[in-house]
Design a protein. Sequence first.
Length: 91
Amino acid sequence: MKTYDFVEAVEVLKTSETTLSELLNKGVIAAAKFGQSWCIPEENIDAHIRSEVARQTSERVESISRGEKPKVATARGNLRTVKPDLDKIAA
């Protein structure tokens, strides 16, 4: 089983340390902490990425079907408008 430590997971997810800390502490990404080190199985990171792709894609499609500019909730729960280049691709 391949695992990542905290720093490696930040790089793989292309996110901030703060965001990853929140995801781990809330249990959004399943992981274990041994002493002061996180051990995050690769399949849990993959599952989180797949889940976010599906969720965000669904939200964009729903927004477009309602005639709205697509907005998605970030992993931290903030709502943001999708960049214009994604609007063109989805339309």
